[in-house]
Design a protein around this ligand. Structure first.
Ligand SMILES: [Fe+2]
Ligand SMILES: [Fe+2]
Length: 383
């Protein structure tokens, strides 16, 4: 015999129903729950509550039986919390991984519902969060800018180029983030933080352009045609490969180059901080594709074809904005009587980008000659 549940003065319609539900969940087979209390409306409220919950109600004895079924009947577990399963159901929807999902959840259309999982992902996400920085305090915006106007023009042109590349780098993960089945929580979160990183890069490069009252420089058709192939790429693995492994990998070298040669502290700082973020984006792209390549033996072949067709599609375009190239030469030279040194530095930069791409391609599993060939086919726009 279950002892009566005493609600005291608690009203059923002001939270008292939680006590009733808890007591009902503890009822043994065939037992009934007697409810007592001082609220004059208790019987009325218990009657309508019992009807809504399907619990047998007897007003004469003020007692309830257990409801015949609960909402959890027919609920399924959305996998286990620790790590994703290979093929999560569309009807798990937005549920927390490992949660119980009531029957009848509408099927969502998450196109990316079979992603590889590696132990790197939680670690990369934690690293990304702990490395967030605030542009307002991380950059010394009041540091003096004393170089001449033409060097400033070069800085502004390079920053304008960076802004449009960063914009592409934001739009690509943003699009895929909305297509990832939330069961692959870490991938979704990493893409979201990557978007936040790129938003910050757009901000700091834009602020650097305006530091001495300038407007942005030239945006070329060739540069945008190259970026459009990234923005339009519908396949997640292809886009990760071209954006993160090849493009952001090349950008790492570019940002470090500007950090080294930049004529003022703000220019150097914004590029140094952005480079640290880009290194994580490259690491995520590599981790994802290495895992994907392990389970799909034809992946490398498909990625190589994608590089070739992008190269063919861009063959008629001019490649890197000439103004950007010239601006990098002047930026690295620092003065008009050192142009040869600036030129040499930019040539070395391109070699370093090529070297980095080949290293990453080798790590993904391409043989040396194929890595060299694919690196040479990478867009001349760098990203
Ligand atoms: Fe970026
Ligand atoms: Fe990035």
């Amino acid at each position: 015999m279950t002892p009566p549940l005493s609600l005291g003065a608690a009203r059923l319609d002001q939270g008292g129903h939680l006590l009733v539900k808890r007591a009902l969940s503890r009822l043994g087979e065939g037992e009934r729950l007697h409810v007592v209390g001082t609220d004059p409306d208790l019987a009325v409220h218990l009657r309508s509550w019992a009807r809504a919950w399907g619990a047998p109600w007897d007003e004469a004895t003020m007692s309830l039986g257990a409801p015949p079924a609960t909402r959890w009947t027919g609920a399924v577990r959305a996998g286990r919390p620790e790590r994703p399963v290979d093929n999560p159901a569309a009807s798990w929807g937005l549920a927390a991984r490992g949660g119980a999902v009531e029957a009848g959840v509408p099927a969502f259309d998450f196109r990316l519902d079979a992603l590889p999982y590696t132990e790197d992902l939680p670690r990369l996400y934690a690293a990304a969060l702990s490395a967030q920085w605030d542009p307002a305090t991380a950059i010394d915006w009041s540091a003096p800018v004393v170089h001449d106007d033409e060097v400033e023009d070069a800085v502004v042109q390079v920053m304008s180029y960076l802004v449009e590349n960063e914009t592409a780098a934001l739009l690509v993960p943003a699009r895929f983030c909305s297509q990832v089945h939330p069961h692959f929580r870490e991938v979704m979160q990493l893409l979201a933080v990557q978007c936040a990183d790129e938003a910050r890069h757009i901000e700091v490069f834009t602020r650097r352009i305006a530091l001495r009252g300038r407007s942005p420089g030239l945006s070329t058709a060739g540069g945008q045609a190259s970026l459009k192939t990234l923005v339009d790429e519908p396949d997640f693995a292809m886009a990760s490969f071209m954006l993160s492994v090849l493009g952001e990998g090349s950008f790492l070298a570019l940002l470090r180059f500007i950090d080294h040669h930049g004529p003022d502290l703000v220019t150097r700082q914004v590029c140094r901080l952005a480079a640290a973020d880009e290194a994580r984006h490259v690491a995520f792209g590599m981790a994802h594709l290495e895992a994907e390549a392990r389970r799909d033996p034809r992946l490398l072949e498909r990625l190589a074809l994608a590089v070739e067709s992008r190269h063919d599609a861009l063959a008629h375009t001019a490649g890197l904005n000439e103004e950007v190239f010239d601006a990098l030469v002047l930026l690295a030279a620092g003065a008009w009587d050192r142009l040869a040194e600036g030129w040499g530095a930019v040539v070395s930069l391109k070699q370093e980008m090529d070297h980095g791409r080949k290293l990453r391609l080798r790590r993904l599993g391409y043989p040396e000659d194929e890595a060299a060939r694919l690196s040479s086919l990478h867009t001349r726009n760098f990203m």
